[in-house]
Design a protein around this ligand. Structure first.
Ligand SMILES: Nc1nc2c(ncn2[C@@H]2O[C@H](COP(=O)(O)OP(=O)(O)OP(=O)(O)O)[C@@H](O)[C@H]2O)c(=O)[nH]1
Length: 401
C-alpha cells in the first residue's frame, strides 16, 4: 500500500481519550477475552531485517478492522531516527513539522498510534497512563536491533514490573525476514565478528514472517527457510506477500507464558515443515545444528524424577547465569557459551507437565496449567545461542538419561 493510502488521522490531544470503533473482524479473539478488568496488556515485539516489511505489517494491522485497540510504538529504544521519515507518518496533518518527542494518534479502526523518541521504559510508562485506551501493544524495533534485551525489559524485569510495566505482559517476538535478501544477510552476519543482528533476531523470534515470497523461486524460499530453521528450530514460519497474515498468527500467541497450548510453539519443536501446513515431525532423537555463529541444541527429555529436575535446574542456572557447564570453568571451553533463548516441555514423576521458557539469562519453569493435556509423551528441551557444542549436549543428556 502506498504511503498516501494510510487513513486520514487526526492529531489527538494527549489528554483526550481516543474514540474507539466496534469490532468488524470476528476471527480474532478480542485481547481481553476471558480476562478480568485491569488485566495486563499483551505486548508483541516486531523485529526484522532492514526493509524486510515491518512497516508493511504494521500498516496492515493499523488499517484492518480487527476489533483490537492496538497501541503501536514505532520508534526504537534509544534510536534518534527521524520519525517523520517512517512509512507510517505520525506527524500532525495540521503541523507536519511538529517535533514533539511523543505523539499519540487515533486511527479510524481504533488503533492508537504512538511514536516516541524517548528511551524505552519511560515511553512505555507514558503509554500505560493511557491504559484503557487500548488493549494490545505492538513495538516495532529497527532493522538493526537485537530484540533479546528488549524482550527482557518486559519479561521478569522486577524493576520495570514494579512500575507501570506491571500492567504489560510480553506475548511474543515476531520477526519479518526478507525472502530476497534474508539468506544473504545471514551469511554476511556470519562473516562478521560475534553474532550478527539478523541471527540474533531469528534466534529471539517466536514467529517469523518470511515475506516477499512473490519475488523468489520456491527453491530459494526453501533454502532460506532451512537456514532459519537451523538457527531456530522452535520458530513458527509463515510465508507472506506484503506481510499478509491473519492477525491471530502474530498476536495473542502467548509465547512467553507457561500456559502456551501444546499446539502453539512448543509442540512445533522439531517441526521442520511449514508451520502453515500444521505438520509435526515426531522424531525424538537429539539434534544439534551449527549455523553461522549461533547453534541450537535440541534434546529429548524423559519424565523426570524430582532429583533429576533439581539437577536440570542447576544445569540451566549454571549455563544461563555463569555461561559454563557444572563442574567446568569457562576457561575449559574453546568457545564462549551464550544462551539467547530456551524453551522446553517435559513431564515429572509427580504427574506435572512443566514448561521451560527463557530469554538470555532469565528463565522460568512453571507447571502447564489450563488445558488437561496429560503428560507429554516425549519431552523436549531446546536451547538457542552460541557455543552449544557437543560437550554441552552430553552434559545435559547425562542429567536427563
Ligand atoms: N514485492 C514485494 N514488496 C514488498 C513486500 N513487502 C514489502 N514490500 C516492499 O518492500 C519495501 C520495504 O518494506 P517496509 O515495510 O518499509 O520494510 P521495513 O522492514 O519497515 O523497512 P525498515 O524500517 O527500513 O527496516 C517497501 O517498498 C514495501 O512496499 C512483498 O511481500 N513483496
Amino acid at each position: 500500500m502506498p504511503r498516501s493510502d494510510i487513513p486520514t488521522i487526526a492529531m489527538s490531544d494527549d489528554e483526550d481519550v481516543p474514540i474507539l470503533v466496534e469490532s468488524g473482524f470476528e476471527s480474532v479473539p478480542a485481547a481481553n477475552d476471558d480476562k478480568p478488568a485491569g488485566h495486563q496488556v499483551p505486548l508483541t515485539i516486531i523485529s526484522g531485517f532492514l526493509g524486510a516489511g515491518k512497516s508493511t505489517l504494521l500498516k496492515r494491522i493499523l488499517t484492518e478492522h480487527h476489533g483490537y485497540r492496538i497501541a503501536v510504538i514505532m520508534n526504537e529504544f534509544g534510536d534518534t531516527a527521524d520519525i517523520e521519515s517512517r512509512a507510517i507518518n505520525v506527524s500532525s496533518a495540521s503541523d507536519p513539522t511538529a517535533e514533539s518527542s511523543e505523539e499519540f494518534l487515533e486511527l479510524s479502526n481504533g488503533c492508537l498510534c504512538c511514536s516516541i523518541k524517548d528511551t524505552g521504559v519511560a515511553a512505555i510508562e507514558k503509554l500505560m497512563q493511557r491504559k484503557g485506551a487500548f488493549d494490545y501493544i505492538l513495538l516495532e524495533t529497527t532493522g538493526l536491533a537485537d530484540p533479546g534485551p528488549i524482550a527482557s525489559i518486559f519479561w521478569h524485569n522486577e524493576e520495570f514490573n514494579r512500575g507501570k510495566g506491571k500492567d504489560i505482559v510480553l506475548d511474543g517476538v515476531v520477526c519479518v525476514v526478507d525472502a530476497v535478501f534474508g539468506k544473504q544477510q545471514m551469511e554476511e552476519d556470519h562473516a562478521q565478528e560475534g553474532i550478527g543482528e539478523s541471527l540474533r533476531q531469528i534466534a529471539a523470534a517466536d514467529v517469523i514472517l518470511l515475506n516477499k515470497t512473490d519475488l523468489v523461486t520456491t527453491a530459494d524460499l526453501r533454502a532460506t527457510e532451512d537456514l532459519l530453521r537451523e538457527v531456530n528450530p522452535t520458530v513458527t514460519i509463515h510465508y507472506t506477500i506484503r506481510a499478509n497474515i491473519d492477525l491471530k498468527e502474530v498476536v495473542n500467541i502467548r509465547a512467553y507464558t507457561s500456559r502456551v497450548p501444546l499446539d502453539v510453539g512448543i509442540s512445533r519443536l522439531g517441526d521442520h515443515d511449514h508451520a502453515v501446513h500444521g505438520h509435526e515431525e515426531s522424531h525424538n532423537h537429539s539434534t544439534h545444528y551449527e549455523v553461522r555463529g549461533i547453534s541450537s541444541l535440541q534434546v529429548s527429555c524423559p519424565v523426570l524424577s524430582s532429583a533429576q529436575q533439581e539437577r536440570l535446574e542447576e544445569w540451566i542456572r549454571t549455563v544461563l547465569w555463569e555461561s559454563q557447564l557444572s563442574g567446568h570453568s569457562t576457561s575449559d571451553r574453546d568457545r564462549p557459551l551464550e544462551v539467547l533463548r530456551c524453551k522446553g516441555i517435559f513431564g515429572t514423576q509427580s504427574g506435572q507437565t512443566l514448561v521451560l521458557q527463557g530469554v538470555r539469562n532469565l528463565y522460568e519453569l512453571e507447571p502447564l496449567v489450563g488445558d488437561d493435556v496429560g503428560l507429554p509423551e516425549h519431552g523436549k528441551l531446546v536451547f538457542i545461542g552460541k557455543g552449544l557444542d557437543d560437550a554441552v549436549r552430553k552434559s545435559l543428556e547425562n542429567i536427563l538419561h
